[in-house]
Design a protein around this ligand. Structure first.
Ligand SMILES: Nc1nc2c(ncn2[C@@H]2O[C@H](COP(=O)(O)OP(=O)(O)OP(=O)(O)O)[C@@H](O)[C@H]2O)c(=O)[nH]1
Ligand SMILES: [Mg+2]
Ligand SMILES: [Zn+2]
Length: 346
């Protein structure tokens, strides 16, 4: 069915209704606290929940007691995604209808084939970029994720996994490729799932965060989750039992509860990640080590390429900006100048 365009009035009406539903939920919590009245419980059947996974229109929502309910979303409330906190109403045993999305603190999105931003996950506080010696790491991909993290205002972390596969010069070269990231506020942790002690640092970093694991296919995202969550199969089992949605866990972002507190979201591997519609100023802002040098070039619209008296290039020559980062910045700036990025097929 073709999607109907909504008028400004309709959009406003939907917003008002969602706001009313959020208010209901807040009021209900207050009432429950003040009187614990069984009758009022029955009267207002709106509950809060967390979207654990979405497959098309189907949602697995975890209720306040940790039970998983199979939900569909009301039309026109927007698209709930993994990590969304929602208001929902029970419509049958283990079934419900999502009636509103709570305001998102953060959202990670990427453009769909028509160029529109498509949310992948909501309310994340930490973006964990996994890389490995195999598949060959892409600094370009890592830098795009770092821009996304900067623009969302969340901490980013690189987990360089599978270090057991390399040694000697290959290992030194692999480690050197990531040496500049800690200097720009992005810690890099080297791990091997075969060496449990290497997981202590990531476990500490993930505590009490809502983190999403992103990166190319085969770097070990799902394996890391399996290692960190001894009950992962049980969590998937609960999902499957209630909704039938747990079986294809690597084809959609899926949220797991960490034993040490917090959430960890597994996401399907990508070949490339494309930033949404951002302008050059935002892109520059997304490369945090460029910030002290911006506005210091001779030309206000300096592209930091071959212009004279370019403060950014001077910084790179002094070693204050890694040359690979500057190259990736220029590459992304070119993409932006050319308009919507070329369609890719991951
Ligand atoms: N040697 C070694 N192999 C690992 C390590 N971590 C993961 N692997 C292996 O790497 C392969 C891919 O791991 P997955 O966890 O499926 O990778 P993924 O990132 O989830 O991949 P997608 O779901 O396709 O995005 C599996 O065969 C794992 O056993 C590691 O530290 N060392
Ligand atoms: Mg996976
Ligand atoms: Zn410049």
């Amino acid at each position: 069915m073709p999607r109907r365009r909504l008028s400004e009035r309709q959009v406003q009406r939907i917003r008002t209704i969602q706001e009313r539903r959020r208010q209901h939920l807040a009021e209900r919590a207050e009432r429950a606290l003040s009187e614990m009245d069984a009758e009022s419980e029955a009267e207002v059947a709106e509950e809060s929940g967390l979207v654990v996974v979405r497959h098309g229109a189907n949602l697995a929502v975890e209720d306040a007691e940790g039970r998983v309910v199979h939900c569909l979303a009301r039309r026109h409330i927007g698209e709930p995604v993994c990590g969304d906190r929602v208001v929902w109403q029970r419509s049958g045993p283990d079934r419900g209808v999502v009636t509103a999305i709570q305001p998102r603190e953060t959202v990670l999105s990427r453009p769909d084939y028509s160029g529109r931003d498509k949310p992948l996950a909501a309310n994340i506080t930490c973006l964990v970029i996994l890389v490995a010696p195999q598949p060959e790491p892409s600094g370009f991909l890592v830098d795009q994720y770092l821009v996304a993290a900067e623009l969302m205002g969340v901490q980013a972390l690189i987990v360089a996994n599978k270090v057991d596969l390399i040694s000697g010069e290959a290992e030194a070269a692999f480690r050197a490729r990531f040496a500049h990231y800690p200097t720009i506020g992005c810690p890099t942790l080297f791990t091997s799932l075969k060496v449990p002690a290497t997981l202590d640092a990531p476990i500490a970093a993930l505590r009490a965060q809502t983190s999403i694991l992103v990166g190319q296919s085969g770097v070990g995202k799902s394996s890391l989750i399996k290692t960190l969550l001894p009950d992962r199969e049980i969590q998937i089992g609960r999902l499957s039992q209630a909704t039938g949605l747990g079986r294809h866990t690597t084809s959609a972002a899926t949220c797991y509860r960490l034993p040490c507190g917090g959430f960890l979201i597994d996401s399907p591997g990508v070949r490339s990640f494309r930033l949404g519609a951002i302008d050059r100023a935002k892109l520059q802002w997304g490369f945090r080590e460029l910030r002290p040098h911006l506005g210091r070039c001779r030309f206000a619209d300096c592209r930091h390429e071959s212009e004279p008296d370019c403060a950014v290039r001077a910084a790179a020559e002094e070693g204050l900006v890694a040359s690979e980062r500057l190259a990736n910045f220029r590459h992304l700036a070119d993409f932006i100048a050319k308009g919507p990025l070329a369609r890719d097929n991951d």
